[in-house]
Design a protein around this ligand. Structure first.
Ligand SMILES: NC(=O)C1=CN([C@@H]2O[C@H](COP(=O)(O)OP(=O)(O)OC[C@H]3O[C@@H](n4cnc5c(N)ncnc54)[C@H](OP(=O)(O)O)[C@@H]3O)[C@@H](O)[C@H]2O)C=CC1
Ligand SMILES: O=C(O)CCC(=O)C(=O)O
Ligand SMILES: [Mg+2]
Length: 409
């Protein structure tokens, strides 16, 4: 295989003209969307750089394909390659509900310490939306990606370990044990949230706001109920704003205001999570950068995506800003009922590629992707998810929509 490695020095990526980029095809609709997306990404690079730059794809395995070929769901070789080549992209991977394997998506984020799940939500003119003013939605979610209930520390009901844990709780903290309503039949989960994990996530969100001229960062939490996890997230978030960025309390706090070097003011505020799910629908203009915990971020990213056309057009990235290791991936899952039908919208993974190009310092290729998607949508030549809500639209297959994007670059 030809191609060169992306490296990092002093926190800055060095991207060669022929970077090797690992990709995971994914389960379910993964092969359909990856086939369309990889062609679009290659076409954007070719058109932007006239052959001076090109991507050298390196397939790495995870999920069902990995199981079939290697007997493992997430081979160590895959983790090693993602770490070695720094920038990679993936399709969705299936996670069974209840028993069975734990999420491979979550495992990738935790094992590689990709602490920020970054999910921008913006409106493309013409996309059908259930809200009146979808153009008012312009937010970016920074979701903590390594902690919270997603740590996977659980004790299944009826098991020996569950009994052992509850016995320990009863003996050590009888007052808290007494709060378990039905101890003989309770599954137990543990929710770790740390100052360190919170601070690095909030720092990334505030830095993004500074670098991109945003006017607010909203800490979203359920800290009124979960005081020492979600409530502490809020407190540590404000602490980060004050200690790392010199933000000052606004009217006595808890909101803070941060003055950037060019004199701009950024408000650091917080909203309780349930109220936030209302706010993003009723008053989206008031929110810009969102910093939140893992579970809240999971819910908010699908809810916000719905306002701008659905999870068929919702990209994302999992990033460690210190090591530079990153995996770009759609917000949606494997949509198994559509697998192999060449039907679904490939935009989420294509726009994840667009984010990847900006991260690599290839904005010209990224801009062409936006141009191609805008062109396809304005001509109403779209996949089923948009076509079913658009008057006079032409229904395209997943692969045809990829072609349409390329034709509009
Ligand atoms: N990062 C990852 O890899 C993720 C993996 N998953 C996993 O995926 C599996 C399925 O999860 P599920 O809850 O069904 O959620 P999915 O996101 O897979 O699908 C839910 C619905 O969203 C719509 N949708 C999803 N993708 C697209 C697309 N590309 N284009 C258009 N519409 C789309 C479809 O809506 P409609 O029916 O209206 O057409 C689909 O039925 C689970 O195992 C889950 O754990 C879930 C999320 C993320
Ligand atoms: O890992 C999974 O299966 C689900 C992940 C998910 O919903 C997400 O990353 O948004
Ligand atoms: Mg999700």
């Amino acid at each position: 295989m030809s191609g060169s490695k992306i490296t990092i020095s002093n926190g800055k990526l060095n991207v060669p003209n022929d970077p090797i980029l690992p990709f995971i095809e994914g389960d379910g609709i993964g092969p359909d969307i990856w086939a369309a997306a990889s062609r679009v990404l290659e076409a954007a690079v070719e058109k932007a750089y006239n052959g001076e730059r090109s991507i050298v794809w390196k397939e790495v395995l995870a999920g069902q394909k990995a199981m079939d070929q290697t007997g493992e769901w997430l081979p160590q070789a895959t983790l090693d390659a993602i770490e070695e080549y720094l920038v990679s992209i993936k399709g969705p991977l299936t996670t069974p509900v209840g028993g069975g394997i734990r999420s491979l998506n979550v495992a990738l984020r935790q094992k590689l310490d990709l602490y920020a799940c970054v999910r921008p939500v913006q409106y493309f003119t013409g996309v059908p939306s259930p809200v009146k003013n979808p153009q008012d939605v312009d937010m970016i979610i920074f979701r903590e990606n390594t902690e919270d209930i997603y740590a996977g520390i659980e004790f299944a009901e009826g098991t020996e370990e569950n009994k052992k844990f509850l016995t320990w709780l009863k003996e050590t903290y009888p007052d808290r044990y007494a709060k378990v309503r039905f101890p003989d039949s309770a599954g137990i989960g543990i929710k770790p949230v740390s100052r360190e994990g919170t601070r690095r996530l909030v720092k990334a969100a505030i830095q993004y706001a500074i670098d991109n001229g945003k006017d607010s960062v909203t800490l979203v939490h359920k800290g009124n109920i979960m005081k020492y996890t979600e409530g502490s997230f809020r407190d540590w978030g404000y602490e980060t704003a004050a200690k790392d960025f010199g933000a000052q309390p606004l009217d006595g706090g808890p909101w803070h205001v941060l003055k950037t070097d060019n004199g701009k003011e950024i408000i650091i505020k917080d909203v309780i999570a349930d109220a936030m799910l209302q706010q993003i629908i009723l008053r989206p203009k008031e929110y810009s950068v969102i910093a939140t915990l893992n579970l809240n971020g999971d819910y908010i990213s699908d809810a916000l995506a719905a306002q701008v056309g659905g999870i068929g057009i919702a990209p994302g990235a999992n990033i460690n800003y210190t090591t530079g290791i990153s995996i770009f991936e759609a917000t949606h899952g494997t949509a198994p009922k559509y697998a192999g039908q060449d039907k679904v919208n490939p935009s989420s993974v294509i726009l994840s590629g667009e984010m990847m190009f900006r991260y690599m310092g290839w904005p010209e290729a990224a801009d062409l992707i936006i141009k191609g998607i805008e062109g396809a949508i304005s001509k109403k030549r779209v996949t089923y998810d948009f076509e079913r809500q658009m008057d006079g639209a032409t229904l395209l297959k997943c692969s045809e929509f990829g072609d349409e994007i390329i034709n509009n670059m």
